[in-house]
Design a protein around this ligand. Structure first.
Ligand SMILES: C[S@@+](CC[C@H](N)C(=O)[O-])C[C@H]1O[C@@H](n2cnc3c(N)ncnc32)[C@H](O)[C@@H]1O
Length: 405
């Protein structure tokens, strides 16, 4: 956090109003067109600038990030400084919202800070059963984290705070480095409660912890569709949808993922919830595109098919690109969906544009002669707020499609 007076950057009217409105960043290319251009090359990554309108009124602060080619923006009242009080105020606001939502508890998992949605662009803070993970979207932002972590520690008094750098757009695979910011290092595995289920999470492993907090609303919306049904969970990961299916009394549940580790993790999750393995709970270590083709050849049919793929797969000899492969997969899934069945199509990535996804679904319906009705479209839960000025940040799309009998 800065104590010296930051350099001022004068914005034109358009950018001043965007910063006031909560835009997360200004592209460095935009800076050339500003009334008094500044040369970011001369500035230190992570340096704080004061953002001003042409009449010199302060509209907020920025963090200079040449690597990401942006200045991250933080709207502020004119009398505010970019200091501990600034951050504390935003953390308190963020915490008050999560308390209002009933999310704060000893066992719960929730997002405490969702970037510019909580007026802290470039930072995400997740809480898992009193252990906190701070993600910064670049090394420049990371330089402020120790100060921020102190504030979060004093407001929340968690058991631990660790931080990780998560470059925007890319999800690094494998174990990623973390820094202990507060308390004692979290255990390698811990469990988080959501409704009537416990989920094992690993905070000190990769970027993904084992439970996607942003899918909470999808999980809740899915529950009523599962009783007595045969459920196929493709890209099953740690089995969150599979466990819901068991809890809700599905007839059978098949989890398909090509990673043996996550299938084992699913079994650990079932054990954590004292759900015994049975012949109705199946695991298939396979490539989903292969699985659906073979299932079709064997005339297998499912009442509920869940598709929740990553943007891309980077494992050698496997290929999955949401952009180019999703349409084909949806068509294959429709071929093994029972009459009256439910197809869940999720895309938790900026690469999937809602219109493109809908047109891929329409095409797949046409190709397979299936008529589909949209019956639900659960989205991000309320602990993932979006600035209206920046709707592109609403990364999750999910459609529940009911096939005709
Ligand atoms: C985004 S996660 C799925 C999240 C999961 N549906 C949930 O909500 O917990 C992606 C998963 O897809 C798996 N995966 C990626 N490409 C695959 C492929 N071509 N075939 C099978 N599994 C794949 C990965 O191993 C990973 O476990």
């Amino acid at each position: 956090m800065t104590t010296t007076e930051p350099t001022s950057l004068t914005l034109n009217e358009l950018w001043a109003s965007r910063v006031r409105g909560g835009i997360p960043s200004i592209g460095l290319a935009e800076l050339a067109s500003l009334p008094i251009p500044i040369d970011v090359a001369t500035m230190t990554p992570g340096e704080v600038v004061s953002l001003r309108a042409e009449n010199f009124d302060s509209v907020g602060f920025g963090i200079v990030d040449p690597e990401s080619e942006v200045i991250w923006c933080y709207p502020a009242d004119p009398e505010e400084s970019f200091d501990e009080r600034f951050f504390r105020k935003r953390v308190r606001q963020a915490l008050a919202l999560r308390k209002r939502l009933g999310l704060v508890g000893d066992e719960s998992g929730y997002r405490l800070i969702h970037g510019e949605g909580d007026h802290l662009a470039g930072y995400q803070v997740d809480v898992y059963a009193q252990h906190v993970v701070i993600y910064s979207l670049s090394a420049a932002l990371d330089s402020h984290v120790p100060g921020w972590a102190e504030v979060i520690g004093s407001e929340l008094q968690p058991l631990s705070i660790i931080s990780k750098v998560r470059p925007a757009g890319e999800v690094p695979t494998g174990k990623v480095p973390f820094r202990l910011e507060y308390g004692v290092e979290p255990p390698a595995t811990l469990s988080v409660r959501e409704d009537d289920l416990l989920y094992e999470v690993h905070l000190t492993g990769g970027i993904n912890t084992g439970l996607f907090l942003d899918m909470r609303q999808v999980r809740r919306s899915l529950r009523p569709w599962l009783r007595g049904k045969s459920v196929l969970n493709l890209f099953s990961y740690t089995g969150s949808f599979s466990m819901l299916a068991v809890r809700e009394g599905a007839k059978s549940i098949t989890s398909v993922d090509f990673a043996q580790g996550v299938l084992e993790w699913t079994k650990a999750n079932l054990a954590l919830n004292e759900i015994p393995l049975s012949k109705n709970i199946r695991f298939d270590r396979d490539d989903v595109l292969e699985y659906v083709k073979v299932a079709r050849r064997h005339d297998k049919m499912f009442d509920v098919v869940i598709l929740d793929p990553p943007a891309k797969t980077t494992v050698p000899n496997k290929r999955w690109f949401m952009k180019s492969d999703y349409g084909r997969l949806i068509a294959h899934a429709l071929k093994i969906l029972s009459p009256g069945g439910l197809l869940v199509v999720a895309a938790s990535s900026a690469v999937a544009k809602p219109e493109k996804l809908e047109s891929q679904i329409r095409e797949a319906g046409k190709e397979t002669l299936r008529r589909l009705r949209l019956v639900d479209s659960p989205g991000l839960p309320s602990d993932f707020p979006t600035q209206m000025i920046h709707p592109a940040a609403r990364h999750l799309k999910c459609l529940f499609l009911l096939a005709d009998d």
